[in-house]
Design a protein around this ligand. Sequence first.
Ligand code: OAD
Length: 233
Amino acid sequence: MQGIERIVILTGAGISAESGLGTFRDEGGLWAQHRIEDVATPDAFGRNPALVHEFYNARRRQAADAAPNAAHAALARLQADWSGELMLVTQNVDGLHEKAGADVIHMHGQLDSALCAACAYRWPAPLDMSVGEICPSCGAPKARPDIVWFGEMPYHVERILDALQACDLFAAVGTSGQVYPAAGFVEEARIAGARTVELNLRDSDMSYAFEYHITGPASETVPRWVDRVLAGG
Ligand code: OAD
């Protein structure tokens, strides 16, 4: 693409849907089956840590069995072949971008990581975490999933905002645009004068803010879009 050097790509649950991982807000999605306030807040973990672990243990097991699809592969190819700068940011907690060979920033944490609530030490999470697990660094029985819950600060936001403020092209793939700060990234990119493109199965809450829209399943739209970007079109 002419005049494009710096790219920022944001992905959401929609990119992993065709790998068999359920999204949050599509029909029958995770938030239709579980209440956010029961499983995805610090209060929930304080009240019923066993239930929260059970929820993330199930997600972790599913993600461990899942394979990346053509959309993850295409973004990894773009990252490898792009001559300019490219930052890939995901809201997803699965490891499918990495499995496809990409270098990705996890702004909402990672299922395969455990976090000590006492000293903030991180270590590889076992497939099943349990209540009272001991931190290998400080010894406190305070292990929790390394997931950003509602009411907590997403990771790496400053670094992402810096990249958005300098980017020429911003793309959002498979995200409903309902959770901030990620939902506001398109506005940051527009202020920077970037071209903006949304790739989604359908319109999202933020569609109005994007200049271009590519509609369809990510496994089909993303590889075609990557080809166009690499061809300079
Ligand atoms: P959502 O479940 O809110 O939205 C999924 C989006 O993917 C929707 O806009 C769908 O239309 C789209 N989609 C579904 N299948 C697709 C496909 N095959 N190809 C392309 N698009 C498809 O998921 P997110 O926007 O990622 O946060 O949710 C954002 C955050 O809310 C998550 O990171 C999570 C959740 O609560 C936390 O848990 C902190």
